[in-house]
Design a protein around this ligand. Structure first.
Ligand code: SF4
Ligand code: SF4
Length: 338
């Protein structure tokens, strides 16, 4: 999702050479899991995986997870062509993990209506999928409903990080508890909250450094997620050699957080919560659906975006329907304009 790019302003410009280097170093240390989707890097992520991994490493050396984009599928007949295109884009015969992408109240209804659960079960029976599950962006009661109605799901992918653990919009803790109740293994996404937990206020950083000067700020966030029971994988979007080296450093001989370290995280959480202006993770789901092509995360981050301006917003609300963080995007854009 956050691959290196040759042009920082163009999500499609994945830097394949840099990605090959990252993938090789990752596999060499014995890590195996790659996560992609139909929409990451504006549709170029799967192909980048093919170039950097599938074409250059034996199939048994890696695991690949891909997803059916339930936020843009409305009819049953769209599923098979997209699934086949995904296999082709990734350059593989089967997916190790396959997910219905971004289930929530609405996408769950659509998935049921068009038979998406049956579709992935059929693909599993054909050997094209090894394990099937879904990624999830909604409240815990919706997760409970899905897992109750679909006990055949083998895992869930949840947004879990220390900042969202008690957040009333994300409900990380409650979702974690629901998945555990249903005995589903958890894959964690957004452990660093789109980079937010790698760039924390100085005061918070100093607390981490005082405990262990050698550990990076991001390492606390990833170790937090990996320390939870029932978590089988923590996905971290690594864009550089330095980030990869740092992650591998503490995940190779992983040590769960101690009680004291959990307490430190609690105090840091309070400091961060008071300092965040707009908690956008730069996932870009909103940009995909915005009719005005407004580069929303770049505007929030106040970088120099290409595309529409904040003032081009026609207040259609599509971005807010698709924002996994449930952000009031229109309100924020108005604030940025003024
Ligand atoms: S409300 Fe504005 S920013 Fe959001 S999708 Fe509509 S035009 Fe784009
Ligand atoms: S506004 Fe929401 S959907 Fe858009 S990039 Fe930020 S977190 Fe993602």
């Amino acid at each position: 999702m956050r691959l290196p790019q040759t042009n920082a302003d163009d999500a499609r410009s994945v830097d394949i050479k840099a990605l090959c280097r990252l993938a090789d170093a990752f596999l060499e240390k014995g890590f195996t899991y790659f996560d992609t989707s139909y929409v990451y890097h504006n549709g170029k992520s799967e192909n980048a995986f093919k170039e950097a991994v599938a074409k250059r490493h034996p199939r048994e050396a890696y695991l690949i997870a891909d997803k059916l984009p339930m936020f843009s599928i409305t009819e049953a007949k769209q599923m098979l062509p997209i699934f086949n295109e995904e296999l082709n884009r990734c350059g593989v015969e089967y997916f190790d993990y396959f997910l219905l992408h971004a289930l929530g109240k609405d996408t769950f209804r659509i998935s049921e209506k068009i038979g998406a659960f049956e579709f992935i079960a059929k693909k599993k029976a054909e050997g094209k999928i090894k394990k099937m599950g879904f990624s999830f962006h909604d409240k815990a009661n919706v997760l409970d409903e899905i897992l109750t109605r679909h006990p055949e799901m083998e895992f869930v992918q949840l947004q879990i990080n220390y900042l969202d653990w008690e957040d009333s919009g994300i409900e990380s803790r409650k979702c974690f508890e629901v998945a555990t109740k249903h005995k589903k293994p958890i894959i964690v996404m957004e452990p660093v909250k789109g980079g937010t937990l790698a760039n924390i206020p100085k005061e918070a950083e100093e607390i981490f450094k005082a405990h262990n000067p050698k550990m990076s700020v991001a390492s606390w966030a990833i170790r937090y997620a990996a320390s939870l029971n029932n978590v089988i994988m923590v996905l971290s979007g690594m864009s550089s050699d330095a980030q990869l080296a740092d992650n591998m450093n503490y995940m190779l001989n992983f040590e769960p957080l101690s009680k004291k370290e959990f307490e430190i995280i609690n105090s840091v959480t309070q400091i961060i919560k008071t300092g965040i202006a707009i908690p956008c993770t730069a996932c870009r789901y909103c940009v995909e659906v915005c009719p005005q092509k407004i580069p929303i995360p770049e505007i929030f981050l106040q970088s120099s975006p290409n595309g529409g301006k904040a003032s081009d917003c026609i207040s259609c609300g599509k971005c807010e329907e698709h924002c996994p963080q449930h952000l009031p995007v229109r309100k924020y854009l108005e604030m940025v304009c003024n």
